[in-house]
Design a protein around this ligand. Sequence first.
Ligand code: ADP
Ligand code: ZN
Length: 228
Amino acid sequence: MRRECKEGGQTNRIKMKLVFLGPPGSGKGTQAKLLCGRYSIPQISTGDILRQAVRDHTPLGEQAKAYMDQGLLVSDDLIIGIIAECLRKSDCGEGYILDGFPRTVPQAEALEQSGEVLDHVFLLEVAEAELVGRLTGRRVCSSCNQEYHIQFYPPSREGYCDRCGGELLQRKDDKEETIGHRLVEYERRTKSLVDYYGGKGKLRRIAGDGNLETISGRIRQELEDIDR
Ligand code: ADP
Ligand code: ZN
């Protein structure tokens, strides 16, 4: 057993390499963040990395922006390079959560070829009808990146972040016309990873309906069940 989480204790770190998989709006970023905080392992979100690169106007950001704004996947080569660099960093050696990567079979193959051995791939399952409402209602703090939902997790003052007072904005790719493209990309290019990881015995299905705490409870339960 490689799990080292001591509830209420000191270690609170797990040595596990996890992937969160799911359609846009399934909540994988939110859940990855919660779990990483709890177990003190790094979260690697390719979406966050790319958005930061766009904000910073780096060459990577310039290349990725047009694809992201249209709801299309950026090229495998670009993403594989980013991940390779992240994984070389020392704090990734013992465990991490990849959120948003891999998203295509070639990306998954590249990860495997780089020698990374994943422990589990969590698939967050949400009915498609619900995804659009989750995405169109999402708002993100322009200053600290905290996420809200106009209906499910509204801030106390409309349009402003509870944590830092920053202005809440809608991601460009959360507009309804772009969401369709993202869902199609998921179906066309990402969904095959369900079979890919299922075939390797790594896939853990998690019901993605309900509130944040309910879903994170299911993930924790699954991790505990695996440990036994
Ligand atoms: P979501 O999963 O909600 O669509 P993300 O924040 O994970 O959003 O990703 C936003 C965008 O970043 C994607 O639509 C895509 O353009 C790009 N992107 C993120 N990860 C990858 C990846 N692994 N491969 C290709 N493109 C990616
Ligand atoms: Zn904020």
